[in-house]
Design a protein around this ligand. Sequence first.
Ligand code: NAD
Length: 398
Amino acid sequence: MKILCVLYDDPKDGMPKSYALDSLPKIEKYPDGMTLPSPSGRDFNPGDLLGCVSGELGLRKFLESNGHQLVVTSDKDGEGCTADKELVDADIVISQPFFPYYLTRAKMETAPNLKMAITAGIGSDHVDLQAAMDRKVDVVEVTYCNSRSVAEHIVMMIVSMVRDYHTQYAIVNNGGWNIADAVQRSYDVEGMHIGTVAAGRIGLDALRKMKPFDTHLHYFDRHRLPEAVEKELNLTFHDSVESMVKVCDVVTINCPLHPETEHLFDEKMISKMKKGAYIVNTARGKICDKDAIAAALKSGQLSGYAGDVWFPQPAPNDHPWRSMPNHGMTPHTSGTSLSAQTRYADGVREILECFFEKKEIRNQYLIVQNGELAGMGAHSYSKGTATGGSEEAAKYKK
Ligand code: NAD
C-alpha cells in the first residue's frame, strides 16, 4: 500500500544532534484508565523529534519491511503541491493538526484508492468529514495522546496572560527595569472565575489543573459530567455558552471544530463576555472569528487572547493575530511536545498495524467509520465539514 505522510518542516539547522533531556518520564495510563498506544514495536527513541519530515513519525522501517511505500512531504498547500500529486494513488494519508493537510472533498475525489485518513494527534477537522462519510473513507485519530499536553499549555497561557508575563519578559530582554510598565496589566489568577467550553479530556484536565489556584470553575458541554466530578471540583454547569461567558474572567475553548462550533466566538458572543475577560483557545482557530477577536483586543472588551491554533495553518504572514495587542499566541505547538510525539507516533503505528492485520481499531480512535460518525466522532463531532477557506494556507511564505 502507499502511505502519504504530511509532516512539518525539519528544524532550520537540521535534525537535533542531542536533546535537552536524556529520557522521558514513564506514564503507565491516562487518568480514565485508558492504556497508552501499544504497537508491536518501535523504531525510535522516546523523546526523538518525529513530527518533522526527517522524523517520519518513526514509520519508515516498519512500513518498508512490510512491503509498503512511504512518501513523506511538507509541501502541502497550493496548486501542484507534492502532497496533492502523491495523493492520487495513496491508500492512506497521515497528517498532523499542527501542520494539517486539508483533505477537502475536491482532493478526496482525486484519490480513488483512499481508504483511511489518520490524524497523528487529536482533532480531525482538517478532513472534510462529510466527504469522508460520503466516500466511505475512515478517519481515525490518536485519542488522549496529547490531551494532557494541551491542558498544561492552557494553564501556562492563563497564568502567563493574566500576570502579563510576555510584557515583563520583553522588558528584561530589552535591557529595561521599569517595574510600573511591567505590572500595569498584571493580576493574580486566584479568585477568578474560569470557564471551559467543553469538558472532555482536555477541558476537564485543564479545570483540574486550575483548581489548586483557588479559582471558581465553570463549564459548558453537550455531555454533562458525572455528579461526583462536579462535586469534587466544585464546578458550576451552564446550559449555554452565553450563560457561562457572562460570569467568567477567563474562558478556555476545548471543543472540536465542527459545523456547530465554527465561529462560535463571533462579535455577538464576545459582546456577551465580561468586559476585560481573557480567552485561551487551544482547540481550533476557526472556532473564533479572527477579526472579531482582534477588534475586541483593540477596544479592551478582551484583555488578552492566547492559544496556539489558527485558521488556516500555517497562518498567512499578515494574519491579524500575529500583530494584535495583548496576545500570547504560539504556533500550533501544545500537542506536539517531544513527549506527545512519542505517544502519537506509537498510536499511528498501532492503528496501521490493526489496519494491515484486519484487527479492530480502538473504538476511542474512531471519528468516521463505514460512512458514519463513529467512536469519539459520534460523541464529539456533528456531521458536515469545516474545511472551507483552507486553501488560504498557501498564502504563507517561509
Ligand atoms: P474530547 O473528545 O475528549 O472532548 C471534546 C468535548 O467537546 C466533548 O466533551 C464533547 O461533548 C464536547 N463538545 C463537542 N461539541 C460541542 C459543542 N458544540 N458544545 C459544547 N461541547 C461540545 O477531545 P479532547 O481530547 O478534549 O480534544 C478536544 C479538541 O481539542 C480536539 O478536537 C482538538 O480540536 C483540540 N486539540 C488541540 C490540540 C493542540 O495541539 N492545540 C491537541 C489536541 C486536541
